[in-house]
Design a protein around this ligand. Structure first.
Ligand SMILES: Cc1cc2nc3c(=O)[nH]c(=O)nc-3n(C[C@H](O)[C@H](O)[C@H](O)COP(=O)(O)O)c2cc1C
Length: 208
């Protein structure tokens, strides 16, 4: 299936076969490919917290306002952004790795690393949260496309209580919780949804 075909066919699926299991190597390979998504300065801040403990899945049900997919989908992933990725040491390490692999020379290594360090150094926590959300959103969409291509159904969810989720999963301040993604075998098609006419969403040169 082409990307266009997947996009035309994909729907958010809310009812899953609770007995279907996706094997962890397949999941890891989907996440590996999703992690090739573009991300700001290649600081690679997106984390995938896979929840496979049935007790935790039960505890997350009320956190996500009883959305059954939290419990019934084969895989539940909490998409997180790692604030530590903005630290100078991480930025230098990643660019050094690219240099060591021969992907660029010393001068490009130093230029990229210093440009990234300057880009983040004076940003507020709110601005950094936006950076984490941008990167994680692109990776999340890639993961959805890959999972659909592999024959699974998916849904993204922001319908959960962030404080409650963080406390149940003991997520520290180091991470921003961005969304939940459920992946599995659907047992009921997602309902069809409309989209705006294309002329309503494309503007040229100026938006009013
Ligand atoms: C960031 C985000 C959060 C969402 N949260 C929920 C959610 O908590 N529960 C839910 O049933 N659907 C959720 N959705 C799914 C949307 O309702 C759905 O994508 C939209 O209605 C379009 O339908 P489609 O995905 O089937 O094309 C979410 C989608 C996105 C992108």
């Amino acid at each position: 299936m082409s990307v266009k075909e997947i996009l035309e066919k994909r729907r958010s699926v809310r009812h899953y076969d609770p007995n279907y299991k996706i094997n962890s190597e397949i999941l890891a390979s989907l996440i590996k490919s999703a992690s090739k998504s573009p991300n700001g300065n290649n600081i690679q801040a997106t984390r995938y917290l896979v929840i496979d403990d049935p007790h935790l899945r039960d505890s997350l049900l009320p956190v996500a306002f009883n959305q059954q997919q939290v419990k019934e989908a084969s895989v539940l992933i909490v998409i997180l952004g790692d604030y530590q990725a903005f630290e100078k040491e991480n930025i230098i390490k990643i660019h050094e790795e690219g240099f060591q692999k021969g992907f660029f020379d010393e001068s490009l290594r130093d230029y990229l690393a210093s440009a990234a360090i300057h880009y983040y150094e004076n940003k507020s926590k709110e601005d950094l949260a936006i950076e984490l959300t941008r990167d994680a959103s692109l990776a999340s969409m890639s993961l959805l496309l890959l999972a659909n291509e592999a024959g699974f159904d998916t849904i993204t969810m922001s319908g959960y209580d962030s404080k409650h989720l963080r406390s149940v999963l003991d997520i520290s301040e180091r991470y921003l919780d961005i969304m939940l993604i459920a992946i599995g075998k659907g047992i009921k098609n997602g309902h069809k949804t409309v989209r705006h006419d294309i002329n309503k969403v494309i503007y040229k040169n100026k938006i009013d």
